[in-house]
Each structure stands twice: as structure tokens, then as C-alpha cells.
Ligand binder design. Structure first.
Ligand code: SAM
Length: 278
């Protein structure tokens, strides 16, 4: 079977399984097996796929057809400038979270050695991207999942950032510590328990529940960050789709100033920031 036929066959199988972007996924899976890019798959379209590659591809396509997220099947996912190792112990980093990082970097740009807290580090996406893109940033990252912290540690090590990202097992419900941060950032769990069944199988059946489900976590963070932030420090939160304006109102009510909502690339109001003044 040629590479082009393998892509066609894989795409048909994924389409039948109800995957939302079967062709693109098929191309990425074939590229992964061949150790090339999607462009490389097109360039090599007429090449014969060897028996070992065909067997490996069949296994990966089978996993994706079971609606395992593409990121877990590939084992690696791009987030800003980083390639992060991901598996079912951590949430798959999302494009809207890249906008969270963009806002964080804009807010700490003028600080030479900003002290940053990322609450709910997961794969390390936010904490590592900030440390990677602000060479002076000193980041503390909390998670209450030991499994997630192991993944974040591996990613920090691979990115050469372990010296500036301190990973700590900590439950945010126990507070965020005394005023010491220039920035507190979080993409908290914000799915209502009653909404879980309506989510796509990739999310509902594969991603860690404790990374998804949370009621009142955003509110608790907004409250707790007031103690953890230095005078003039910033809180940046990712908000559930449709909840940006409501969270902006919450921050204003809690005394944050310069509250602003930023839209993500799909034009949804997903990133909320506010500055803390004593
Ligand atoms: C939505 S995920 C975000 C992961 C990563 N920051 C990202 O944006 O891809 C939320 C993370 O918060 C962690 N978490 C949930 N409840 C927590 C709690 N009470 N204390 C600390 N971390 C918590 C979960 O384990 C998960 O890793």
C-alpha cells in the first residue's frame, strides 16, 4: 500500500468512528509513523509503506478510532514554542491557553525577574511557556495531582527549565501563600459536573476528571490570589466558554483593577485579567 493510500484508508476509518477532523488526523498519524511532517507525507505519497510501518499505523489509527485524543496517541503536543509530552495523566494543552500565556507575557514584560505562580500546572504548558519566553521569570507551579507533576517535571527537564520552574504538590483550596507574586495565572478546572456527559468523547472518556471538573474553583482562586499577589501584581484566568464577562465582574467586585477580557483565536471571551492593589 502506498503512503497516499494509507492516509485515505486511515481517514475513512476515523471518519466512520466519528472523529471530527479525520483527514488531518490521518495525515498526522502517517507523518508520525514515517518520522516526517504532513508536507513530507504528501511528498512521499507514492512511496510504499513497509509492513512494520503499516502495523504501527494500524495500531495508532485504532487508538484514535476509539476516540483517544490525537495528542495522547502521538504522545507529544505543540504548545507555543514547546513540544510537550502528554498522556492521560494531564489535560491536552489548548490553543486558548496560548492566549493566556500571551497575556501573561505582556503583563510581566517590564519586570526583570518576575515571580510567577501557575495554579494547576498539568503538563506544564503555562508555567514552562512563561519560563521559556521570559528568560528572567522564576515560576512556582502547583498541582494536587502527583501524576500531573511527574509529567510536568519530565517536560521541564526536556525543555531545560527545571532551574526556573519549581513544581509543588499543593491543593489550591488550602490557599496560595503570602504576597510574593507579580503574576498568578491559572487554567482551572471549570466544567460543571452536570455538563460532563455532553462533552466530546475525547474529553469525557480520556482526559483526567480532576483537570476538567470544578465548581467554585475560579472563584476560590480569584479570592486567594488577593493575598498571594504583591501590590500591583496581576491575576490571569482562563474562563469557560461564555463565562469571561461574568468572571471579569467577579474580579472587579473583589477589588481588582484594570480588569480586562481578551478573546481567543475563535473570538470567544476566554481570558480574564485584573491587577491587585492593596
Ligand atoms: C484545566 S487543567 C490545566 C492544566 C494546564 N495548566 C493547562 O492549561 O493545560 C487543571 C489542572 O488543575 C489541577 N487541579 C485541579 N484541582 C486542583 C486543586 N484543588 N489544587 C491544585 N491543582 C488542582 C488538575 O490536576 C489539572 O492539572
Amino acid at each position: 500500500m502506498s503512503v497516499a493510500d494509507a492516509v485515505r484508508e486511515a481517514a475513512a476509518r476515523l471518519e466512520q468512528a466519528g472523529c471530527p477532523s479525520p483527514r488531518a488526523d490521518a495525515e498526522q498519524l502517517v507523518a508520525h509513523v514515517l518520522g516526517t511532517s504532513r508536507t513530507g507525507v504528501y511528498a512521499d505519497g507514492s512511496r510504499e509503506l513497509g509492513a512494520r510501518d503499516a502495523a504501527r499505523l494500524a495500531a495508532l489509527v485504532g487508538r484514535r478510532a476509539a476516540r483517544e485524543p490525537l495528542a495522547y496517541v502521538l504522545g507529544e503536543w505543540g504548545f507555543r514554542r514547546l513540544a510537550l509530552q502528554v498522556d492521560p495523566r494531564v489535560l491536552v494543552p489548548r490553543p486558548e491557553t496560548e492566549v493566556v500565556v500571551e497575556r501573561c507575557l505582556a503583563l510581566i514584560r517590564g519586570i526583570e525577574r518576575p515571580h510567577v505562580l501557575d495554579v494547576g500546572v498539568g503538563s506544564g504548558a503555562i508555567a514552562l511557556a512563561i519560563a521559556d519566553e521570559h528568560p528572567g521569570a522564576d515560576v512556582v507551579a502547583f498541582d494536587n495531582s502527583r501524576d500531573a507533576l511527574l509529567v510536568a517535571r519530565a517536560n521541564a527537564e526536556a525543555a531545560g527549565l527545571l532551574d526556573r520552574v519549581r513544581l509543588v504538590e499543593h491543593d489550591l483550596m488550602r490557599g496560595l501563600g503570602p504576597a510574593q507574586y507579580d503574576l498568578v495565572v491559572s487554567n482551572p478546572p471549570y466544567v460543571d459536573p452536570g455538563e460532563i456527559d455532553a462533552l466530546a468523547p475525547e474529553v469525557r472518556d480520556w482526559e483526567p476528571r480532576r483537570a476538567l471538573i470544578g465548581s467554585g474553583v475560579t472563584e476560590g482562586l480569584a479570592d486567594g490570589a488577593r493575598e498571594a499577589l504583591r501590590e500591583g501584581g496581576w491575576l490571569v484566568l482562563e474562563a469557560a466558554d461564555g463565562r469571561g464577562p461574568e468572571i471579569a465582574e467577579l474580579l472587579a467586585r473583589l477589588g481588582y483593577r484594570n480588569v480586562q477580557v481578551t478573546r481567543d483565536l475563535a473570538d470567544r471571551e476566554r481570558v480574564v485579567e485584573g491587577q491587585w492593589h492593596l
